[in-house]
Structure formats: C-alpha cells, structure tokens
Write a protein that binds this ligand. Structure first.
Ligand code: GLC
Ligand code: GLC
Length: 817
C-alpha cells in the first residue's frame, strides 16, 4: 500500500493517510533550536541539546506509538463534538487528511464536518523558537462556533532526570501566566537562567498549565476534560506536570477563515537580570516580550517562512543532478542532502529511535556526517572539525562522544574504540578537498579541552595515525580496543553480567584482538595524509606515510586474506573472525568495502574476488547484509554482535551504512552496473512501493533493514540519524556520478550503469560553478579520459579550480575501456 507520494517541485513528501506503518518524522530547526515532528504532530522540541535543554516531553516507545506533541483540539461548541486536526491524539475520523513534510517545516491539513484546519510549523532562522500557524476555515452553510485548545507538555529540562526522578520532580514545576503567555520556569528560582514560553495570537477564553487538571482524572490526551466540557480550568501548576494550553473561541461565518499563531520558545536572561522587579521571583520579560510580539504577527510568519525557503534554495543549489532515474534525482537533489544536514545537526541524539538521552555527538559518527554536508555548509563543518578535535585525547585517542551543549567529551557511552581517531583524518581530508582551506591545519585546538594543550590540527592528525601504530597486535594489525566501526564486535569484553552495556563494559586486560577494518581504514587515512603532505611540499613526511600505508597493506595481504574475501578480525585468542573456517559469521562486509576503498588487492585480483563474494554471499534484493551467516547463539568472545537475534542490527541485517562502501568499491573496479544496482536497493524512494514491508519513511535512509535470516526480512528500522545518509550521498555523487573533489581539482570520473546515456549536473565548488554534461553511448561502459572545458579539449579528467564566481561548462564523454 502507498501512504503518500513525493511532490518534487515543492520538495515535499505528502503523507496521504495518518496511520502510516510507523510515525513518519520530520525536523524543524537547523541551528540552535530543534523540533521533531511526526505526520500526526507528535514530537518534542529542545534547545541545542536534546538531553540537557528539552522543552517539551515526548515519551518514546509509547502506545500508541507516537504520543506527545504539538497538539490542537477543535471543538464544535454547539454539539460538543471535538477532534484533533492532526488526527492524533483523538484519532477521530477525518473527511480529509494530508501531511506535507518539507525542508524544515511540516504542514498538516484536514477537514471534519465542514471545518478545514491547516497547521504549519517551522523554526525561524536565527531564533530559538518555533511558530505554528493554524488556519481554520468554515465550509459549512451556517456559522460555526468553535473552541480551539492548544497543548504542549513541558519537560523539566534534563530529559533523563525528567523521566526518572519523580520524587523531586513532582514538587518543582513552576509556571507564570502573563498577558496570555504561558511561561514555564521550573528551577528558574535557583540555578537556571532559562525558561520556556508558549504564546498565542488570540485573546484567551482560558488556559491550563497543570496537566492533570486539563486532562481530568484517569483521562488521556485523547479525551481531555477541559476540551470535552469546552472550557479551560485556568489552572496554575506548582509541582506535578506543567503544561501549556490556550483556549480560544472562534465564531466563523460561512466561508470565513481565521489564522491563529502560536509561538513556543526558549529564552535566557543574564544572571543579574532574572527577576522583575529585582528581588521578586517573577521572570524579567523585558528581553523576551518583543520577540514574542514579533513572531505572533502573521507578516513575520510569512517572512520567516520565505527566508527559510530561500536558505534551502541556496543550500541545495550547490549540487543538482539530472539523471535518467527519478529516484536518484530526488534523493540526491533534495532528501539525501536534507538528511545529511539533519545528521550533521543532531548526530544520533533525537529521533523516533533515539531518545536524545543516551547519545550526544558521536566522534566517529559526526566525523563521517561531515562527508554529506561539506558542500552545503563548509564553514559550519570547519567549526565541527575544531570542536571534535578539541575533545581528542593527547594519546591521539578519542572520547566516543561529546555533549553538544558543553562540547565536552565524555565516556558515558564507552571509550577505547580504536577506529575513532582515524575518522577525524578522513573528515579533515574531505574538508580540504571541498574547500582548499589549508589554513585549518594550523588552527590551534587543545586536547581534551584542557587549556594549555593547544596544538595545530595537523599535529592532531599525526597523533590519530600514531595512535594506530602504537597499538599493533600479534600479526602487526591494529588492535581493535573496545570495537571498531562495528560497535558490537566486542572482542575484548567477555561480558557475563546480565544487562551490562557492551559499549561501556570494561575490556579484559591485555586484550590482543586485532581489526582488519582498522587496518584498511589506516591505509586509507595514511594515503590521504600523504597527499596533503605532498601538497604542502613535505615530501619526506609524504613518503613515510606512504610507506606506513604500504606496510599495513602488506600485512593485510599476509594475514588478512581468507582466500575469497578479506578476514574481519582476530579475536582475543588469535582465532579468525569472518573466515570460511568459522561456522557462523564467515564473511563480513566492512572489510570488503574498506580494504578495496584503500586499494588493497585491486592490482592482484583479490579485490575483485572479495566483491564477487559479497555479491554471492551477502547481497539480497533489499541490500547487502553486514555479515553471513548470522550468529545463532551468544559468543562471549565476540560480544554484542551475537546478542541480537539473527538478521537484526549488526548480526546480519542490511546495515545500510556499509552498503555505499561496496558501491564505491565496485566503481573503483569499474562496475557501474553493479554499483548502481546496489544503490537502488537501499534507495528509500525506490522502496516506497513496498512501504508495508519497509515501514519507515520513504524519503530518508535508515540504519538497518532486517536481513535474509530475520523474521521480518526487508523491514527497516532506525531512520534519519544514521551514517547511511552521508555515505549514500558520497557513493552516488562522487563515485557513481563521479563528481569528486580532490585536493588539486574536481575529478570527473563517472562509472555509470551501461543503460544510461549520461546525465547532467551542476556543482558549485570553491566558489565556481561547473555545469557538467556526461555522455555515454548506451549499452557501453568505460571511463572519461578527456574533458571539453569551455569548448577546449583537456587531457585527463581533472578540472583545476576556476576563479570564484565563474561558470565553467564541461562535457565529459565516457569511452569504452
Ligand atoms: C551505529 C553507530 C555507529 C556504528 C554503527 C555500527 O550506527 O552510531 O557509530 O559505527 O552503529 O555498529
Ligand atoms: C548498540 C547498537 C549499535 C550502536 C551502539 C551505540 O550496540 O547495536 O548499532 O552503535 O548500540 O551505543
């Protein structure tokens, strides 16, 4: 069944029925203030940090699945009929329903018994608030006397404490209601200097701020007493559960339309100016009042929305393609780039699957997320690199995550993942290729945020590489530490305690497990750093890095080849992992991808053999599985990977993050047909027709799709905040379409499916615009060996940087090998 369709011209996904298989989510906000919003208005909002500055409550894993959000109720004051125009939470029958998820805004429109309601929500650029506009129209042939109730449930700021510490929290909640604005000020009396507010553009008939008064005893959000009886209680919350609800009466003549605006925001006051009058406990509203007044104005709403649209026009103008395949075009031009910005902004913090509590900005995750958003926001990417590097330890190692609010690294979700630092090298190298800004290498940032330890980024990168070399195991391969990219391959944990987190469990002393993944990643990182050193004229350092890469590649060839594919690891006892010799977990995808990407085995046929094994043993119609066969029982010596039932998560699902590595590897070997075939299998738009199987949003990539051995083969989970986004964009744009920034120029090296006759693209790079037309004789395949640049033939396929502001016309012809 289809639950909606794409509206590419408006860059929207249109959900056409509310009961999607899972909540289909969108995000509001791109800077400091964020909201998650589902197709039935579920979700919550936060300022900067989903854990430490949560404004509104959302209870994950609820029943029904998606409950808590930006809820409105309309009530017919003549007959008492009431409903939610976004369907949830009353789930009353609607005569029409449509949700449009756009770029950082969502609209939900519906109709019931002649009353039309359109809700549109977004976060204005530069503000720490969200605005909602509700347009209500009366299509009836008689006057409609309606009541409108808004509601949000406030979170007491720290989302973890809010969900656990009830003996305190039932006592601390505080609000103020002034001039129709509801202020949430829990803990403002003591150490907080921030508060939330919820305002409405209309005169109020009443309000509520105490949830359980609004709802009434033993009632839920689907039948609040205030709504049922058609009148608020004007409750003032002290303790219990502060909420915000406005009651507005609307009397609409036939065909009359009214616009009501709500503003939900976050505000801070300087410590010395918290109270007005000084000495009182009343919030000083001098700063916030004008902000509220401004955003309640319909003209500001329209202007803010226009500015937001223009900013997305600008961001998405950096890269545009026109290929023979509509699923490719809409993902590349709109949704995949959009998702990359979401992962850049939120890392793995808040989604339908991420509670916003456990995980802040992942070191490895945020480094990889940069690949996807660099062309759009190079300056913000630069800052992110500096922030990440400042959490690096002086050993070269990394905290696995840092908290966005404080930008400080912490061990809360584990440490000692030995792949972490190498991702920073790859991120910086991608940044240099995009921007040419070599100056970043001289930027001084500390280790572990400790003042006095500042050293240039170039030195940070050196320590990343050294970190691996300082930790080699019995075969000369990198020690895996707690885990590598695969968080769940915990070869040194030996966890026997029920419920213990594998991610934070202590490693057994002296663990010697080795990772072939880190080996491949190290080769790649050294090659990248060597290229930078060469560019800087440091040929000695370049040569030694190249020697390190060669040596490690040799070690992989000697100890990492299983005969038909690359091994995955050596466990703590020196036993092979990911070998034909294993009963289960014979082949893993990660090493086939990363080793080929690092060029290992490309010259001698091993790479081709490895990719053939992937095709035969791991590829399914839903994508490429992480490993096979999955483990059917728990293995103490392998860790969390064996904790999952077969076919799920790391235990043999289609872990989408890794699929682009194989696509890239296929292009390196020149097989555009297979690369693109894989690309289509995980492309969410191409999977829209099987939404009842896939179940997640058809407009964003997911982390996993259940593997062949799972009970629900093809079912997706963990959409939105995943490295799949950045890597899919990289694979399709840089390797299949082949428009690839390098240090010295823009490479045009497409490896296309033979059925294509070419494509066109527009790419802005280092200030110049390249209008690229790639032509291929249908049915043939090959590579581009020369370019026509503004009408002149240039040998090779590298475009040197053109002057900023200029437009360069490029024609590239794919020639059969
Ligand atoms: C999750 C993590 C990522 C890890 C992957 C594989 O997606 O966010 O860091 O690499 O799982 O375990
Ligand atoms: C679990 C997941 C893995 C994720 C990790 C993060 O191990 O399986 O994908 O990266 O948690 O803590």
């Amino acid at each position: 069944m289809l639950y909606g369709h794409f509206d590419d011209d408006r860059r929207e996904y249109v959900v056409t029925r509310p009961d999607t298989p899972l909540p289909w989510i969108n995000y509001l906000g791109t800077e400091d203030f964020f909201g998650m919003i589902s197709n039935t208005a579920g979700g919550c909002s936060f300022y900067r940090d989903a854990r430490l500055r949560r404004l509104t409550r959302y209870r994950h894993n609820n029943a029904p699945l998606d409950l808590g959000g930006r809820y409105l109720y309309l009530r017919d004051d003549v007959d008492g009929d009431y409903w939610s125009p976004s369907w949830q939470p009353t789930r009353s029958a609607l005569d029409s329903y449509e949700c449009r998820h756009g770029l950082s805004y969502t609209s939900i429109s519906s109709e019931r018994k002649g009353i039309r309601a359109d809700l549109l929500c977004y976060v204005p650029l530069g503000e720490t608030l969200e605005v909602w506009r509700l347009t209500v129209s009366n299509d009836r042939e008689r006057r409609a006397d309606l009541s409108l109730f808004s509601c949000v449930e406030f979170c007491l700021w720290d989302a973890l404490d809010d969900a656990t510490n009830f003996q305190r929290n039932y006592n601390v909640g505080e609000v103020e209601v002034a001039d129709g604005v509801i202020y949430h000020k829990t803990e403002y009396r003591e150490r907080r200097d921030h508060f939330a507010y919820f305002a409405c553009s209309e005169p109020l008939a009443g309000f509520d701020t105490q949830r359980d008064v609004f709802l009434g005893p033993y009632r839920g959000w689907d039948s609040p007493l205030a709504v049922e009886r058609g009148c608020s209680f004007d409750s003032i919350a002290t303790g219990w559960a502060p909420m915000g609800s406005h009651h507005v009466r609307l009397s609409l003549a036939t065909s009359e339309t009214r616009e009501i605006i709500f503003v939900l925001g976050y505000s801070e006051n300087p410590a010395a100016e918290k109270f007005d009058p000084p000495g009182s406990q009343t919030i000083d509203k001098t700063r916030v009042r004008p902000v509220i007044e401004r955003w309640l104005m319909p003209s500001e709403f329209d202007r803010g929305l226009r500015v937001l649209r223009e900013s997305w026009d600008e961001l998405l103008s950096v890269l545009k393609v026109e290929t023979p395949d509509p699923d490719t075009d809409r993902m590349v031009n709109i949704w995949n780039q959009y998702q990359c910005m979401a992962t850049f902004n939120l890392s793995r913090s808040m989604s339908f699957y991420e509670s916003g509590i456990g995980r802040g900005m992942g070191f490895r995750d945020s480094s990889q997320d940069l690949f996807g958003c660099l062309p759009m926001v190079p300056d913000r990417a630069r800052q992110r690199i500096l922030d990440l590097a400042a959490t690096q330890l002086d050993s070269g190692g990394a905290y696995h995550q840092y908290q966005p609010l404080t930008k400080r690294g912490n061990d809360q979700i584990g440490s000692g993942f030995n792949d972490d630092p190498l991702w920073l090298v790859l991120a910086v190298s991608a940044y240099l290729k995009e921007t040419g800004d070599l100056g970043i290498l001289d930027e001084l940032v500390p280790y572990d945020n400790a003042p006095g330890t500042e050293s240039p980024i170039s030195e940070h990168l050196e320590r990343c590489v050294r970190y691996t070399l300082d930790r080699l195991g019995p075969h000369g391969l990198p020690l895996i530490g707690h885990a590598d990219w695969n968080d769940c391959l915990n070869l040194n944990c030996f966890s026997e305690i029920p419920g213990e987190s594998f991610q934070t469990a202590d490693n057994r002393e002296g663990g010697v497990a080795e990772s072939l993944f880190i080996a491949g990643q190290f080769v790649l990182a050294c090659q990248e750093l060597a290229a930078v050193a060469r560019l800087l004229g440091n040929s000695d350092r370049a040569a030694s890095l190249e020697a390190d890469a060669m040596a490690m590649a040799g070690t992989v060839e000697d100890h990492g080849w299983d005969g038909e594919w690359f091994l995955r690891a050596y466990d703590s006892f020196g036993e092979v992992v990911g070998s034909h010799a294993n009963a289960e977990g014979k082949i893993f995808v990660e090493t086939q991808g990363i080793c080929v990407m690092a060029g290992i085995g490309v010259a001698d046929g091993r790479a081709a053999a490895a990719l053939k094994s992937v095709r035969e043993l791991l590829a399914t119609e839903h994508g490429i599985m992480l490993m096979s066969p999955p483990f059917t029982r728990y293995h103490l010596e392998l860790g969390e990977i064996t904790s999952y039932p077969p076919g799920y998560k790391e235990n043999g699902s289609i872990f989408c993050h890794t699929n682009p590595w194989i696509m890239i590897a296929e292009t390196i070997l020149g097989d555009g047909e297979t690369a693109f075939d894989y690309y289509k299998r995980t492309n969410p738009s191409a999977r829209a027709a099987i939404s009842d199987v896939h179940r997640c949003e058809p407009y964003v990539y997911v982390q996993t799709i259940a593997g062949r051995d799972a009970a629900t083969f093809g079912e997706a989970k963990n959409s939105w905040l995943t490295g799949s986004a950045a890597w899919h964009l990289t694979a399709i744009t840089q390797w299949i379409l082949g428009i690839r920034p390098e240090l010295e120029g823009l490479r045009i090296d497409p490896v296309l499916p033979p059925a294509w006759s070419g494509f066109t693209a527009q790419r802005r790079w280092r200030g110049a615009t390249y209008e690229i037309s790639v032509q291929q004789e249908k049915g043939s395949s090959g590579r581009v060996r020369w370019l026509e640049v503004d009408g002149t033939r240039v040998e090779g396929n590298l475009l040197l940087p053109a002057p900023a502001g200029s437009t360069v016309k490029v024609v590239a012809t794919v020639e059969p090998a």
